[in-house]
Structures are given as C-alpha cells and as structure tokens.
Design a protein around this ligand. Structure first.
Ligand SMILES: Cc1cc2nc3c(=O)[nH]c(=O)nc-3n(C[C@H](O)[C@H](O)[C@H](O)COP(=O)(O)OP(=O)(O)OC[C@H]3O[C@@H](n4cnc5c(N)ncnc54)[C@H](O)[C@@H]3O)c2cc1C
Length: 428
C-alpha cells in the first residue's frame, strides 16, 4: 500500500493528515502517517493566550494518538532529523528522556512526503537573545512565560507602591501586539484571584519595533488605531528602536538606551528550523525555508511537498506568501487535492494564495483588522464585535477542519460551560 507521511501536526499538517486519513486511511487505500515531536497539538495562534493563562492547555490541546485513531491515520512521536529523497525515507532522532533512550533512531519510508514543520522566531543572531528571551514558539515556552509572569507578580506583592513587573516584547507584529494587550487583561483578572491590590502601575510593558510603525504587514490606518488602543491600556510602544543586545537585566538599543525587564519576549520575524541548513537535498533560502514550485512540490523532488511557514512560495506578483495560519490552511487544501490527483494520475494544481485579511485581537478590549475580498473591493477596516466574531471564527474553522461541524459546536458549548466552572485565568 502507498505510504503518505506528513511531518508536523500544526495549523497546516494536522488539517491535511486528517483529510487524508478520512479519505484514504479509513478505506485502506493508503497508509497515512503523521510524525510530530510533541504528543499533542495546540493551535499556534493561541500561544499568547496560553502564555498569559487566558486559556488552559488541558482544555484546548488535542492528543495526536486519539485524533489519529478517529481519523484513520497512524501517529509516530519523533523529531525529523534527515530526509533521503533518493531512497525515499526520513530519519527520526532517538527519543531520549532523562538520559534514557526510549526509542532509538528510526527510519520511516514514504512514497509521498509532506513537510509541515512550521517556523521558529528569528533572533537575527542578536547577542544574548537566545539565552535571555522567551520565544513564543511552543506550548512549553508559553508555560515558561506564564510561570515567570505569575512568579514576578508574587514577588512584588509585598511592595505594590514601589514595584512593577517589567515586560519587554520585541517585535510589534500580531504576536507582540496581541501579547501586550493580553497582559493587561491578565492584570485585571488576577485582581479577582488574590492579587486584589494590583493596579495598572504594577505592570510595565514595552513593545519594541525596529520599523516606523507597529503591525507593518497591515495598512497604516490599522497600525495607528491599534497603537492608540495599546497606549490607552498603558503599553509603551517604541518604534524605530533596534535591539542590538540582551542580557539578564534587559535589552539594549542601537541608540544606547537600556530597557530593563524581568521578562523578555522575542517575536521579531520567523525562520525555518535551523537543522534544514544541513539538508543538501532541498533548495533552502536564507531564512531556512524550503523553496517550493507553484504546485507546492520542492524544486528538487516531486514526491516531497512543503506547506505552511516552512515553505518559501513566490506568488505571481513576486511576493512571498506570508507565514500565517490562513496560508497554512489554504496550502493544506491544495496539497490534499494534489496528492489525490497524484493517486488518480491527474495533473497537479498550482497553489493560489487568497489573502482574506488579518485580524488582531487586543484581548477583550478590542479587535481590529482588515478584510480582503471581492465584496470589499480591496481592503476594508473592521473593528469591534464583528471583528471579534471573525477573529474567533478563524480558530473555529481550524477546529471544523479537524473535527467536523457537530463536534466543533460541542466544543464551543464545553467552552461556555468551562467559563462558568473554571477560573478565567489558569493560575497554576
Ligand atoms: C503567538 C502566535 C500568534 C499567532 N497569531 C496568528 C494569527 O492570529 N493569525 C494567523 O494567521 N497566524 C498567526 N500566527 C502564525 C501561525 O501560527 C503560523 O503561521 C501557523 O501556525 C503555521 O502553520 P504550520 O502548519 O506551518 O506550522 P505550525 O502550526 O507551527 O506546526 C508545526 C508543527 O511541526 C512540528 N515540528 C516542528 N519541527 C519538527 C520536527 N523536526 N520533527 C517533527 N515535528 C516537528 C511542531 O511540533 C508543530 O506541531 C501566530 C503565531 C504565533 C507564534
């Protein structure tokens, strides 16, 4: 039987493998396998909410093994470390826990391989950043941030008149902006759970951007509206500020300013995983992404497809497809069609990216963004309740692609029930 292997069960890979499993795996038309280095999936755009305790991983994480059982694919826990495109197998690194080898190095054969291994934050080799800043790339980093944040609030409890928790966030793209606003939401929530004397003065958030405006990927009108909202909350937005060094005390700018911080988050740009640099079998760009053809196949092997953040896809207008959840979702859809066409000996389709617009959530304070489309004849700014509904619906679409409509509705119901049963921030 044909072996289809998808590596990376994130925004793109998990949607793809679910479809493949439902269509081919359940009917024994192909062996469909998902490989991921983690045992469960958390949708990456939720990580800033996980980091502030606004959501609970226990509720929002999806176990790969149980999802695989329900959708006709196999799950292998493992970290991809090599690909051999001539003999068509991938190598997974040994699985080691507390110096004990749980699983040795393994080889997994494929007929068709899909790489959907996402991206990591790009520190542009800035000295001290990898040692002192948190990258919100994974649930474990989000937990680390949450623990440090709550510990910092506990430390200042005895001296709320003089002390504050100082957070510096580098990069004012959607992640940095959303995290800044979420921190002020958490501050207010914590007052209900034993930190009743906290005030806005006890939180000091610096949002630092090298460019001349925040949210550079969005129209200037949205940037300035979000900038105003953040300033109202208390966030100190520093544009045209380039960070050249970090240490345990804080960040250092090119202009000689020191930004002291207890907690530092680096969210300035992305790159593909570093180990891809060593892969001789693919064309890799300078930020470690794999260059793909219009059909999402690699330029070096037609049997390997790449989707999501780790793909460098050049559109007809010469621009790269941006690293976003909607890009991964759309690529998963085209890749699915292309794999099905492969099996039926039909021609491959070219991927066409449709920018649906972007929405930025300032926690419960506001949601702002732009919608693109035929009806709006270009870009239309939206905000308020409609924007909030559309923002949430992006996650609902992902859940629907994984679980179908009925289960997604049940999950929404469980979410509402949990709002009554559980504290509104995860406290431990
Ligand atoms: C905090 C945050 C907020 C965001 N908010 C938004 C938003 O509001 N809207 C939006 O459109 N986008 C947002 N993004 C970007 C969006 O999350 C990504 O573009 C999207 O998740 C990319 O999907 P992907 O499938 O390529 O990779 P991912 O979703 O990152 O999945 C990659 C998967 O590969 C696995 N993996 C990685 N390396 C290996 C390996 N070597 N071996 C095995 N498995 C591996 C990982 O465990 C993971 O499961 C946000 C990102 C962050 C970090």
């Amino acid at each position: 039987m044909m072996n289809i292997v998808v590596v990376g069960g994130g925004a793109g890979g998990l949607e793809l493998v679910t479809k493949l499993g439902n269509k081919l795996g359940k009917n024994k038309k192909a062996n469909v396998t998902l490989v991921d280095r983690n045992t469960s999936h958390v949708w990456k755009p939720l990580l800033h909410e996980l980091a502030t305790g606004a959501i609970d991983e226990g509720v929002d994480a999806l176990s790969y093994s149980s999802h695989a059982k329900n959708h006709g694919f196999n799950f292998q826990l493992g970290t991809l470390c090599d690909v051999d495109t001539s003999s068509k197998f991938i190598t997974l690194a040994p699985l080691i826990e507390n110096s004990e080898v749980i699983l040795p190095e393994r080889k997994v054969d494929y007929d068709y391989l899909v790489l959907a291994i996402g991206s990591t934050s790009n520190d542009f080799n800035t000295p001290g950043v990898s040692e002192n800043c948190i990258f919100l790339d994974s649930p474990s980093q989000a937990h680390k941030f949450r623990r440090k944040l709550f510990n910092s609030f506990m430390k200042i409890q005895g001296d709320l008149i003089e002390s504050s928790v100082d957070v510096a966030i580098v990069g004012a793209g959607a992640t940095g902006v959303e995290l800044s606003a979420e921190l002020y939401n958490v501050l207010q929530e914590l007052k209900r759970y034993g930190f009743k004397d906290l005030t806005q003065k006890n939180l000091n958030v610096n949002l630092i951007e090298a460019g001349d405006r925040i949210l550079p990927a969005l129209p200037p009108r949205i940037s300035s509206s979000v900038h105003n909202e953040l300033s109202k909350l208390g966030v100190k937005v520093k544009t045209n500020t380039l960070i050249v060094k970090a240490d345990s005390q804080g960040l250092y700018t090119k202009d000689g300013e020191t930004i002291r911080a207890d907690l530092m988050v680096w969210a300035a740009g992305i790159k593909g995983p570093d180990f891809l640099k060593e892969f001789k079998c693919f064309e890799i760009n300078r930020i470690n992404q794999i260059v793909v053809k219009p059909t999402l196949q690699t330029t070096t092997s037609d049997d390997v497809y790449v989707i999501g953040d780790v793909a460098q896809f050049t559109q007809e207008n010469g621009k790269f497809v941006p690293p976003r959840a909607q890009s991964a979702h759309q690529m998963a859809s085209t890749c699915y069609k292309n794999l099905m066409n492969r099996l039926k000996n039909k021609p491959q389709l070219n991927f066409i990216y449709k920018d649906q617009g972007s929405l930025v959530s300032l926690s419960r304070f506001s949601t702002v963004g732009n919608l693109m489309g035929n009806l709006t004849k270009g870009s239309m700014m939206i905000e308020g309740r409609i924007a909030r509904i559309m923002y949430v619906s992006l996650y609902r679409m992902h859940q629907r692609a994984l679980h179908g409509t009925f289960k997604t509705l049940l999950m929404m119901l469980v979410g509402k029930i949990n709002k009554v049963l559980k504290p509104s921030v995860k406290l431990h």
